[in-house]
Design a protein around this ligand. Structure first.
Ligand code: A3P
Length: 334
């Protein structure tokens, strides 16, 4: 299998040479691949995952762009889906970061071209995974099977500010973000991790309109406004609706509270240590590739209008125009 891996490595090296390259405003190198900007550190895993991942009809997939509320959605979906599988006072979220409980299919498992033992990689059944890939680039078996997808997006202004702040905070830890001016420009041009932003959002939006039983399309701002009704919607969609009894006992409110920003950011597990993505394995560059993010960086402000503290009026005007142009006639609004 060593030879197989080496020849895949050669093949990959050849392949990437054909892709356009750029640098994200976060400092990450990006390759333009299948119509989106893929971080170079995960591209190989993405391709392997596309080749090998076999979805099963019972799988649940969380899909997001980075900084759109992935951590929150992982917590909400985990708690709802597995409600009957752990004692309520022992929710694993109290002792584990959501990214430890719900792994990314591509870069947590496929840094080499080998098929990992995915049967035993989730704590509970049905399997729950997450992914940042655009809809069009999902492994075929995900699109062709009956597995369900929960998609969460966020107002582009909030997303941009969250993105830029996150990586500014990680400066010196392998990320060298640029000024907000430059970041803004690149975001508008669609050059950021798994972007263009609007292609990502519209890809899932259209798919959800065609197959509403397969894809649940959610918006961060709506969840902030009314978490309880969205939790019920989520549970219904996942096929585990809350019983009348559970609702009477306040289970919905309990999940909302455990997963709330205020609760999660103050948990011991989220205040210290770091989250490792990927397993330590050799990659095409010959270096060990995992990336490590301090857990507290996943919890910043969780506000919906924080962009107004950063974006100057001309930026807001330009983004509003872009939103209008891109979402025109789609039925989607921010
Ligand atoms: P801000 O930077 O605006 O504060 P992701 O999880 O996709 O990386 O997204 C991160 C954003 O979600 C950050 O937004 C973060 O503060 C916010 N967030 C993290 N945990 C949250 C929670 N439990 N509820 C609501 N928002 C949360």
């Amino acid at each position: 299998s060593h030879d197989v891996e080496e020849s895949w490595d050669d093949e990959f090296q050849q392949l990437v040479q054909t892709f356009p390259k750029d640098k994200s405003f976060t400092g990450m190198n990006l390759y333009f691949f299948q119509g989106f900007w893929c971080p170079s550190i995960v591209l190989k895993a993405v391709i392997s995952c596309q080749k090998h991942f076999q979805a099963s009809d019972s799988d649940i997939l969380i899909a997001t762009l980075p900084k759109c509320g992935t951590t929150w959605l992982k917590a909400l979906t985990f708690s709802t889906l597995y409600l009957s599988q752990f004692a309520r006072e022992n929710n694993p979220l109290l002792t584990y970061n959501p990214h430890s409980l719900v792994r990314f299919i591509d870069y947590d498992f496929y840094l080499n071209d080998t098929c990992p033992d995915l049967e035993n990689c989730t704590l509970y059944q049905p399997r729950l995974f997450s992914i940042h890939l655009p809809y069009a680039s999902l492994p075929t078996s995900i699109k062709d099977s009956n597995c369900k997808i929960v998609y969460l997006c966020r107002n582009p202004m909030n997303t941009l500010i969250s993105f830029w702040s996150f990586f500014s905070r990680l400066r010196g830890e392998g990320f060298e973000p640029v000024s907000l001016d430059e970041a803004f420009e690149m975001f508008c041009q669609g050059i950021n991790e798994f972007g263009p932003f609007f292609d990502h959002v519209l890809g899932y939006w259209r798919a959800s309109q065609e197959k509403s039983s397969k894809i649940l399309f959610l918006q961060y701002e709506d969840l902030k406004e009314d978490i309880n009704s969205h939790l019920k919607k989520l549970a219904m969609f996942l096929g585990v609706p809350f019983t009348e009894e559970e609702e009477k006992q306040g289970v919905v409110e309990e999940i909302a509270k455990i997963c709330s920003f205020e609760n999660m950011k103050d948990l011991e597990v989220n205040k210290k240590g770091a989250q490792t993505f990927g397993y330590p394995q050799e990659t095409f560059s010959g270096k060990t590739k995992t990336f490590v993010i301090p857990r507290e960086a996943f919890f910043r402000k969780a506000k919906t209008g924080d962009w107004s503290n950063y974006l100057i009026p001309s930026m807001v005007e330009r983004l509003e125009k872009l939103i209008q142009e891109k979402l025109d006639n789609s039925g989607l609004t921010f």
